[in-house]
Design a protein around this ligand. Structure first.
Ligand SMILES: [Zn+2]
Length: 111
């Protein structure tokens, strides 16, 4: 089995915008932190690129994500977390652990 993390990619158009998901709609953004992360194999990226080119005449490029370079800092605990694991929660970036503890009903009193 291959290393799955090597297969995480962004899709970028020729003006350098990243394909991003906004609810149910797809859009393009220059903000890489909002770019949708695709799994090259599971999402059939090669096929999608081919279809986009054939059906819409658009050329998208798969950009492999460099896990180390893309490491983000969790705003809650300060831990470096792989870019693909961190989630933007409207106001801040949270690692999987902090997302879990945030989801748990810890302190209801301080609102
Ligand atoms: Zn954290």
């Amino acid at each position: 089995m291959s290393n799955a993390s090597l297969n995480k990619v962004y899709l970028r158009n020729l003006v350098g915008e990243y394909l991003s998901r906004d609810g149910r709609n797809w859009t393009f953004t220059l903000d890489q932190t909002k770019a949708h992360v695709f799994d090259y194999e599971a999402d059939n990226v090669a096929e999608q690129l081919e279809l986009a080119k054939r059906d819409s005449g658009v050329i998208w490029v798969a950009v492999q994500i460099d896990q180390n370079a893309e490491a983000e800092t969790c705003d809650a605990c300060g831990r470096k977390t792989r870019f693909t694991d961190i989630l933007f929660d409207d106001t801040r970036y949270l690692c999987p652990n902090c997302r879990k503890s945030k989801a748990a009903p810890a302190t209801k009193a301080d609102s």
